[in-house]
Design a protein around this ligand. Structure first.
Ligand code: UDP
Length: 372
């Protein structure tokens, strides 16, 4: 059988492309090395709770096209991400907002908070931030950097904040208002029934084969379709011939507890250096309203998240977009551009720290070029 498209990887990029291609009347085969669809947004139901197996994913976007597109396949609930930071038992609101500043400094008005940040920025003498540490101090001052950013970031990335790019911290909003909503996004939520069900709906009527390793049998697979959409790691495609791109990996320790409520929130970040995990996710709060306390389910499932350096064979999670890796990626990209009939897409194919909405937006853009 010869397909118009072979999509390698049943994650969000692959599923978006496959769905659109099918809608345009193309024949599509989707394969995935794993034994499930949905890539890293895969959720699995345990104890009536949808567990985010590869880490918490909270959908948020300002892109109406992407929002409307995904709403064809799921209903999003009203979940709003408002993590709590735990620094040695002191609790702070995230993202950085008036609640955080009040707790940290006792300031009451936005002007007092702004003055405090400005004073700490001046004391640090930073004019043009060159790295994450300088960027963070110039955004929120030294105290917040020390208590809420430094330890968490160094655990998360395994690198000193001075050796990390400034853009990572710009993901976090800083507000002089009382607003614990982590994302500056018009639309936000979690698919009711889990992400897996959403991707299942996207792939409805499309042939999907699981447990199939494209790279182990590339020639055979290449012969099956006119065009390939490859969403695996770009360096693996080229057998790592220019070297290995680095990732941060994450290890989860999941526990099912016989209590209805462990931490009262979906995410608690442990921002001190001593606690070995970066955060604890309590999955039920992604889908159950807190007013009902989700207490019709007497149990709860939590995941402690440990960040670790990646080595080949581990699950790659976060691309490390520092200078060295960015340069190596550019070289792989040059090779990729010369491979006829293969499109490299998604977080691993483009080696990019992508939010979910940006993955879908990029897939939809590509669909416009490719499918018209
Ligand atoms: N970050 C931090 N303290 C926190 C949460 C985040 O310093 O409590 C920093 C950290 O450097 C992290 C970055 O902000 O890598 C981006 O965080 P985000 O929550 O967006 O990361 P993700 O959810 O993608 O893991």
């Amino acid at each position: 059988m010869n397909y118009d498209y072979l999509v390698v990887g049943a994650g969000l990029y692959g599923a978006t492309f496959a769905q659109k291609a099918k809608e345009c009347g193309k024949s599509v085969l989707v394969i995935d090395k794993r034994n499930h669809i949905a890539g890293n947004i895969y959720t699995e139901e345990q104890e009536k709770i949808n567990v985010h197996i590869y880490g918490a994913h909270i959908f948020h976007t300002n892109n109406t096209e992407v929002w409307n597109y995904l709403n064809r396949f799921t209903v999003f609930n009203r979940f709003t991400n408002s993590p709590v930071a735990n620094y040695n038992g002191e609790l702070y609101s995230l993202p950085f907002n008036m609640y955080t500043f009040n707790k940290m400094w006792g300031v009451v008005t936005p002007q007092e908070a702004a003055d405090k940040i400005e004073q700490q920025r001046r004391e640090a003498g930073i004019t043009e931030p060159k790295n994450l540490e300088e960027q963070a101090i110039s955004l929120v001052g030294k105290d917040i950097f020390e208590k809420l950013i430094k330890g968490y970031t160094e655990k998360q990335w395994g690198r000193d904040c001075k050796d990390l790019p400034a853009f990572i911290i710009k993901r976090l909003p800083v507000r002089l208002t009382f607003d614990n909503n982590y994302f500056n996004a018009l639309y936000q939520g979690i698919p009711v029934g889990g992400y897996t069900q959403m991707v299942e709906h996207m792939l409805d009527g499309i042939e999907v084969r699981l447990g199939e390793d494209y790279l182990a049998n590339k020639e055979m697979y290449d012969g099956m379709a006119d065009r390939i959409i490859y969403t695996g790691p770009i360096d693996a495609y080229f057998d790592y011939k220019l070297g290995t791109l680095q990732y941060r990996s994450v290890r989860f320790e999941n526990e099912c507890l016989d209590i209805p409520n462990f931490q009262g929130n979906a995410a608690v970040n442990y921002t001190d250096r001593e606690t070995p995990w970066t955060r604890i996710i309590e999955h039920k709060w992604f889908e159950f309203g807190k007013d009902s306390e989700g207490n019709d389910i007497p149990k709860t499932i939590i995941s402690r998240e440990y960040s670790s350096e990646w080595k080949p064979g581990d699950e790659p999670y976060y691309p490390v977009n520092d200078a060295e890796n960015t340069e190596l990626y550019a070289k792989y990209k040059e090779l990729a551009d010369k491979v006829p009939n293969v499109k490299f897409g998604g977080r691993l194919g483009e080696y990019k720290y992508y939010d979910m909405d940006a993955v879908v937006a990029s897939a939809l853009d590509f669909c416009r070029q490719e499918l018209g």
